[in-house]
Write a protein that binds this ligand. Sequence first.
Ligand SMILES: N[C@@H](CCC(=O)N[C@@H](CS)C(=O)NCC(=O)O)C(=O)O
Length: 210
Amino acid sequence: MKLYSMSGTCALSVNIALEWIGQPYELELLPRGDNRKPAYLAVNPTGQVPTVVLDDGTVLTQAAAILTWLVDVHPGAALGATSSQPLERFELAQALSYLTDDTHGAFGPFFGPARFLDEEDLSGALKKKSLERVALQMKALNDKLGDQPYMLKNGRSVADAYLYVMTRWANYLPDGIRPFPKLAGFRVRMENDPAVQRALVAQKLAPVGG
Ligand SMILES: N[C@@H](CCC(=O)N[C@@H](CS)C(=O)NCC(=O)O)C(=O)O
């Protein structure tokens, strides 16, 4: 199995999940820009990461779908609910939808204002607005986490791998993660995990602390 990623992106979540699972995998860390070159577009025409290519050539895209698939094919790793627990399964799907759509989406105009408007002089205002939405997302995630160690009440899951990436991106907020103490504690907990540390090294990233 091969994971395509770019340093600092949401594909780190899949890398963390793979480290939790502990089975061998290959990682290709694309330099920024190579994801829009023909070689990678032939693998994933959207040019986005993560992409997972299985040994038989099957191509898997979309972080939430990849993470759910990993839960299913590695039940022993206990990274989310199995299909025999419909309500737990729902909670995992709900968490991944929220993170990959609402939370990741809130960052969209901040990371790429030109995708949303042509007027360069307005991009500062758009980025500010984007971060306001991010702050609302972080507040909701902070409240949801509460005193739980992980996002789902039944324990660690692939949703935590993705939540961790979002908490790293929270550093773009003017006050960083400081206004969200539960998320700050979660981030430290994750960074104390040797599997997360291995994924960070693989992705050429440093821990960011609480
Ligand atoms: N809906 C996709 C979004 C993936 C996505 O936005 N990936 C970003 C990195 S976090 C990316 O590849 N950006 C590079 C680009 O679009 O050129 C998913 O969940 O996998």
